[in-house]
Design a protein around this ligand. Structure first.
Ligand SMILES: [Zn+2]
Ligand SMILES: [Zn+2]
Length: 425
């Protein structure tokens, strides 16, 4: 037996119905906020990620799915979407025009992590990116958009965590301060942090080690040392969140694991999945487009983890698989053609209809109809074929009525206005 690659998971029905629901809601909300879909390749040149995410990040150091192609070029399965969106933005000259370009994309991402519960090497994200705007209103809009998706999905008990990571004016001085602190207390840092503290001191904030965290208490927060512009930006974003009644918690330790963030950084976290987990996160990345060879355009984005969202949703609602409204049970080969005609006619009217082609007993077909959750079963055999009439059985009430099988009209009338859907979508 050939098994799936380690860390890769099959997504099966009825779970797929839940995912469909999530994506349908997300698309509807994106549309209201003026976001258009962008679909990008899963494979990119490795350089794109080392330059954007940063060489000294966990992702680039140990988690990328990187391999040489047949010509020896280093390629990487995308570990996140923002770098690819920026690459496409520059390459396709999407920067033309003064308006903010708003894109969303959904799909698989890949990280070569040690597989553990709830974490896979192929996972899925819903991403939103707004490129070409630096107004704090845009930051607030992105957060409102994210929260609206979660709200329309009726996800409960979420917390918005907010921080500002400064800019190229105010962050360097802070990083020097951190570096000096780490040089003094190097022995108190864990091995990982000793190594990365010199090149990427902010990463120490992500460390779970107690001694590393204690050392960090000796420095003031970056958010207390912002330049005037960054302070004004942050204040305005928070003022807008207040204005829209969005509760948030400021967390000066929220740094996000990537190098490219500037100013606004945020996460939406939940405690519903056991440990405290981020369901979504994002931030502003004002220098990234220029860094990757494009124009000096500011931008902001976020990513939602679809696995976590689906897990949260599964605690609240069961997905409803597509249920046939009509199942046609066929007795004998001669009635099969007529039954097939009817099933097609009913489907083409937008109803879910099904039948079986294997010439099984009536009992076996009724069991099948029951298991599929059919609401009506039409029974067609030689006798019915001759009479041009067949019994239609309502599976809930057990009541039976004779309907004409000359065409689908009487069957459709009996199905009535019964609607079927997934979570009512
Ligand atoms: Zn600043
Ligand atoms: Zn550490």
């Amino acid at each position: 037996m050939i098994k799936a690659v380690r860390g890769m998971k099959d997504l099966l029905p009825p779970e797929t119905a839940r995912w469909h629901h999530i994506e349908t809601i997300a698309r509807a909300v994106f549309r209201c906020y003026g976001f258009q879909e962008i679909r990008l390749p899963l494979l990119e040149r490795t350089e794109l990620f080392t330059r954007s995410i940063g060489v000294n990040t966990d992702i680039v150091e140990k988690e990328m799915y990187t391999f040489p192609d047949r010509h020896g070029e280093s390629l990487t399965l995308r570990p996140e979407a923002t770098a690819s969106v920026v690459r496409a933005f520059i390459e396709n000259r999407l920067d033309q025009g003064a308006e903010v370009k708003k894109y969303f994309t959904m799909g698989p991402m890949f990280r070569y992590e040690r597989p553990q519960k709830g974490r896979y090497r192929q996972f899925h994200q819903i991403n939103a990116e707004a490129l070409g705007g630096d107004a704090p209103e845009l930051d607030a809009e992105m957060i409102l958009l994210l929260l609206e998706i979660l709200e329309r999905l009726q996800i409960k008990n979420l917390e918005l965590v907010f921080n500002s990571l400064g800019c190229s004016q105010c962050r360097p001085a802070y990083l020097l301060e951190l570096t000096a602190l780490f040089a003094r207390g190097l022995r108190d840092l864990c091995d990982d942090c000793q190594r990365r503290s010199a090149v990427n001191p902010l990463r120490v904030f992500d460390c779970k080690s107690k001694t590393c965290q204690e050392l960090l208490h000796q420095v003031p927060a970056l958010s207390d040392q912002l330049c005037d512009d960054c302070q004004r930006h942050e204040q305005r974003v928070l003022e807008l969140l207040d204005r829209f009644g969005v509760p948030y918690r400021k967390n000066p330790r929220l740094v996000r694991g990537l190098d490219y963030y500037t100013r606004t950084a945020f996460e939406v976290i939940t405690t519903e999945l056991g440990a405290q987990d981020a369901v979504a996160g994002g931030g502003r990345y004002n220098g990234l487009i220029r860094e990757l060879g494009g124009p000096d355009h500011p931008a902001i984005g976020f990513a939602i983890g679809e696995e976590r969202l689906a897990a949260l949703l599964s605690q609240q609602q069961d997905p409803i698989p597509a249920r046939p409204l009509l199942f046609i049970a066929v007795l004998g080969r001669t009635a099969l053609d007529l039954a097939f005609d009817l099933v097609q006619a009913v489907r083409r009217q937008g109803y879910v209809a099904d039948m079986d082609f294997a010439d099984r007993s009536l009992k076996a077909q009724m069991t099948m109809a029951n298991r599929r959750g059919a609401s009506q079963v039409l029974i067609v055999g030689d006798k019915e074929l001759a009479a041009r009439q067949a019994p239609l059985k309502n599976m809930q009430s057990g009541q039976q009525q004779m309907v004409s099988i000359e065409g689908p009209s009487e069957i459709l009338a009996a199905l009535g206005s019964e609607t079927e859907g997934v979570y009512g979508v």
